[in-house]
Design a protein around this ligand. Sequence first.
Ligand SMILES: Cc1ncc(COP(=O)(O)O)c(C=O)c1O
Length: 535
Amino acid sequence: MTVPRPAGPSETPAGSILRRQRERESSARTYARSFPIVPARAQGMVVEGVDGRRYLDCLSGAGSLALGHNHPVVREALRRTLDSGAPLHVLDLATPEKDDFTDALFATLPKGFADRARIHFCGPAGTDAVEAALKLTQTATGRRGVLAFTGAYHGMTAGALAASGTVAVKERVAGGGAGEVTRLPYPYAYRCPFGVGGEGGTDLAVTYAERLLDDPAGGVVPPAAMILEAVQGEGGAVVAPDRWLRAMRRITSERDIPLIVDEVQTGVGRTGAFWAVEHSGVVPDVMVMSKAVGGGLPMAVIVYDERYDGWLPGAHTGTFRGNTLAMAAGAATLRYVAREGLVARAAAVGAWMTARLEELRGALPVIGDVRGRGLMIGVELVDVAGPLDACGAYPADPDLARRVRAACLERGLIVELGGRYDATLRLLPPLTITDEEAGEVVERVAEAVAAVVAESLGSGSGGRSGGTASGSGPGGPTTYGVGGLAAGWGVVASDSDSDSGSVARVGGEAEAAGDGSVAPGADGVPGADASARER
Ligand SMILES: Cc1ncc(COP(=O)(O)O)c(C=O)c1O
């Protein structure tokens, strides 16, 4: 057992906590590598470290915090439940809190789905709900295989991992997860799997799927389900065109294949619809929900058409399926999002931020693509010295992306990477983000990209990006002055603990080196993959 050393004389409290974490926790930890900070308090979008530094949190618990940190309605629901003396752990027994949560959730479901819906409470992680969805459809159809997509992320348990696209994680696990998976191309205009892009790429993705399933020599036996995300989150905020989603619904319906839509990350208003599938008008057979549905507390459910409800009692059981506090927090969150118009707000602020980032792309060519829906935004960073691909895109630049993530953190902005090669900045702010915060996020991203580019060019300037990020906030004019919100936000790289802890080494070199391996001297195993993050 590693016995952590006591704090050295020059160590800050944050530095010593981070060091102890490095010494004691698994080499598979991930966010802790990207963000060497020690949160002590959080409110709304603001996280404050034990050292008093403050950050705008654009990660939001990987999309779990629809209302940001510690929202008053969530705190009130938790307090009320605790004070009521309700049992906090109830397996899957009926409770008033569960009944109320189910009411609140069913009130949000897409039209044509709620009246036929059944809910199953799963173990409290998205990945367990994915397993449940696969098991449900396998039981109902008597088939085994699953149709899943390139770029998908469905979780880390065996079936969910098998359905995911992430090769770096899968190749280290014998068999890459469990299950028969047929991989189909997801439409991704910027990096089109057919090298075509645009509408043509979408058409080909539809034609390919349909012909493969109908080809008597195509090798695909009739599958138990198709599983997809309407917007691929971990995949880099890649938005499927609505007409592609409608085509997948048609193709699955015509062949009697249940359609599972994984709304773990896209749900509860994030994309500017309560459920992302609603943009297309598609009614799925199974919806997988977690993250925001528990109001920031662990919870996962599947909601499905009652005609599939043929599995046996205990077919998907688990000890922690009755988290009363999560049900109370989740019900409060669902009702607040609906009542306060946060779905439309996510659409409006997201469109505004995306438009500003798109302007920035015009000024900074290393921003290859800006995409997303609502408050699920991706900024893909590219190597402009590399060769153009068939669609006119430069290669992804993961090293640049890591440096930009670190430069964002230095400017008090928490933003994580995702997508192919982890080269896409993923913005997932809470739906409660203010106009001023939205302006600040864009400004800090602009500053960070400009600073890293300037550094690469050898000018060493960390200055602003020539005013390209200035403009109006979504609800009116926003001032982007250097003074503004920036005052008091942490500049982590200047931490005096640079030699003893990882706090000062936020450039990524200490934990995850530029090539994705762990640098000598850092903890963890050499070659540990930076993309294998804990979600
Ligand atoms: C679309 C999607 N499905 C499933 C999961 C897995 O959820 P969890 O990390 O709670 O197991 C995630 C996590 O990021 C996700 O984004």
